[in-house]
Write a protein that binds this ligand. Structure first.
Ligand code: IMP
Length: 177
């Protein structure tokens, strides 16, 4: 069934089951790859809060998590502005870092954030993203752990918003034709 968020109609796209199944698979890969490394996960707010929470619960290794806030999005088009609102207060020198994103769209956000992280001399930096829109790429980003590769259509739900609304929806919906 279609839903309305603000002025737009969205149709069902990824079910809660599909999302949780994929998260379990990614968590298994991460648990294997980061065993005994005590990785530090850095989740990028706001969009990734739900994904970060569900993913983190599925890890069966020692791991830390912290949250950072950057904003580069207004409405349905990327504005290209990246603002750091909540800074990183952890010492990341020599740490194995895994950045948690909800979606990589143009790649602008991460292309600005990654050098800031690299600058602090971590042992390694990898990215886990629930969604990726390859067709929207402007700044190529290597996503080591990916949930779903999706077409270049606006999506809401599971933490992702359209102008502030839709984050609480359990499934992911996409803009209807
Ligand atoms: P990028 O910098 O263009 O890669 O955009 C990344 C950010 O834009 C994501 O972390 C989201 O917050 C937001 N974003 C990109 N595409 C969508 C979408 O389809 N729905 C909701 N938010 C999106």
């Amino acid at each position: 069934m279609k839903i309305r968020v603000h002025d737009k109609e969205f149709e069902p796209y990824l079910t809660a089951d599909m999302i949780s199944k994929r998260i379990k698979e990614i968590a298994a890969d991460l648990s294997k790859d980061y065993k005994d490394k005590k990785p530090l996960f850095i989740a990028i707010l706001n969009g990734s809060f739900m994904f970060a929470s569900d993913l983190f619960k599925e890890l069966n290794i020692d791991a830390e998590i912290c949250f950072i806030k950057l904003a580069s999005y207004k409405g349905t088009k990327s504005t290209g502005h990246v603002i750091t609102a909540i800074g990183l207060d952890m010492d990341i020198i020599g740490r194995d870092i895994v950045i948690i994103e909800d979606i990589v769209d143009t790649g602008k956000t991460l292309s600005e954030f990654l050098p800031q992280i690299q600058h602090q001399q971590p042992a390694s930096v990898k990215i886990v993203s629930l969604l990726h829109k390859p067709e929207a790429t402007v700044y190529p980003i290597t996503i080591s752990y990916l949930g779903f590769s999706i077409p270049n259509k606006f999506v809401v739900g599971y933490g992702l918003d359209y102008d502030g609304l839709g984050r609480n929806i359990r499934e992911i919906y996409r803009l209807a034709e």
